[in-house]
Write a protein that binds this ligand. Structure first.
Ligand code: SF4
Length: 365
């Protein structure tokens, strides 16, 4: 049994302007101790999906199923959810202040979490747990800093404190929503390294939500790419970085800082994501796609197995795109489509350069 199995999750919001189709039929599974990266631009549905699993989307209309150790999260009552949150599933947000109360000491907040879920723990024991956890995540002099308020911590320290809080009860799953976006590059690297180390130590499954494929290049086991509320590509990390199939994934890879060819400007995906109230017909990516074909304008592709190499024969590489493929590499038609685009100056050179970077070991895959 998978730790988490999400089936056909759909989330809509009624607004005065119309129905927002925030998540459109999302399915995935996550095994214990594994990391799933969910990637996409703002409005792709990645955060709404996971917040809905935790029932943090008031006013949403939700359908589908989300089994956590066999229990449907979407069918649980509030009491069952309260027991689960923190103890079994913890969340880390982009802004630590959304989780840390500004008026209470950091250590006290961690200790209270312990006592709320483990009432037999004494105050002294809970305080010691808070000190131990702060030390574990690299807060210097945790015995002193345990009595600091959140505003006395730097941004990186607050994020470490939130990770400490998330791990305190040894949850089986952590959902981290853009946990490093607000941090500078050096602190971001330290936090990612910390999360990788602690995840291995605690054998915690992790869902890492980000708009930046570079952030999870060294962290995720599998990657799910979302666009306009739906999954458009799903593969293990190596496949996604080396042999991505969907043009949107290619665009995201090309947008990773450091992925462009020396002397070339960093590429970006042209255009904007569509309005989730007025989605285009056919493939939702077609207004921005350089490979668009007639069929794309009227028929929306669903996730299906793609075979971009013999290694894909287990069926785990899936994409929602009409571009054809064969068992070994892209078909002649797809290659021609891509070559035509390349001749027109819209190459995927940057993503190839990124893949080469991985091959040279700059990032281990
Ligand atoms: Fe582009 Fe068509 Fe594939 Fe959509 S289905 S991503 S428009 S090639």
């Amino acid at each position: 049994m998978s730790l988490l199995e999400v089936r056909d999750l759909r989330v809509t919001f009624d607004t005065p302007d119309g129905v927002v189709q925030a998540v459109r039929g999302l399915s995935f599974t996550l095994e214990p101790g594994r990391t799933l990266g969910i990637v996409g631009e703002s409005g792709s549905g990645k955060s709404v999906s996971t917040q809905t699993l935790m029932r943090l989307t008031p006013g949403a209309k939700v359908s589908g199923e989300a089994f956590f150790e066999g229990q449907d999260l979407l069918a649980m009552n509030e009491r069952q959810l309260r027991t689960l949150r923190g103890a079994q599933i913890a969340m880390i947000f982009q802004d630590p202040l959304s989780s840390l109360h500004p008026l209470y000491k950091v250590g006290w907040q961690i200790a209270e979490l312990v006592r709320a879920h483990e009432p037999q723990t004494t105050k002294a024991q809970a305080r010691q747990r808070a000190i131990d956890m702060l030390g574990l995540v690299g807060i210097p002099e945790p015995g002193k800093r345990v009595d600091d308020y959140p505003h006395q911590f730097s941004g990186g320290m607050r994020q470490r404190a939130m990770i400490a809080m998330a791990l305190t009860l040894s949850p089986k799953l952590i959902i981290a929503d853009e946990p490093t976006t607000a941090l500078d590059a050096t602190v971001q690297a330290q936090i990612l390294d910390l999360m990788r180390r602690l995840q291995a130590e605690f054998n915690t499954a992790l869902i890492m939500i980000t708009h930046d494929l570079g952030v999870i290049a060294d962290l995720a086991d599998d990657v799910l790419v979302m666009y306009a509320g739906a999954a458009v590509e799903h593969a293990d990390r190596r496949t996604l970085y080396y042999r991505q199939h969907h043009p949107y994934t290619i665009g995201l890879l090309e947008s990773v800082p450091g992925s462009s060819v020396a002397g070339e400007r960093l590429r970006s995906i042209p255009g904007q994501p569509p309005s989730l109230i007025r989605l285009p017909a056919g493939c939702k990516f077609h207004p921005r796609c350089e490979y668009v074909m007639d069929r794309c304008l009227t028929e929306e592709p669903v996730l299906h197995t793609v075979l971009t190499s013999q290694e894909d024969s287990d069926g785990s590489h899936q994409a929602a795109c009409w571009l054809p493929h064969t068992a070994i590499g892209l078909s002649p038609e797809a290659t021609e489509i891509r070559q035509t685009a390349a001749t027109a100056g819209r190459t995927s050179e940057a993503s190839r350069a990124l893949a080469e970077k991985y091959q040279k070991g700059a990032v281990s895959l």
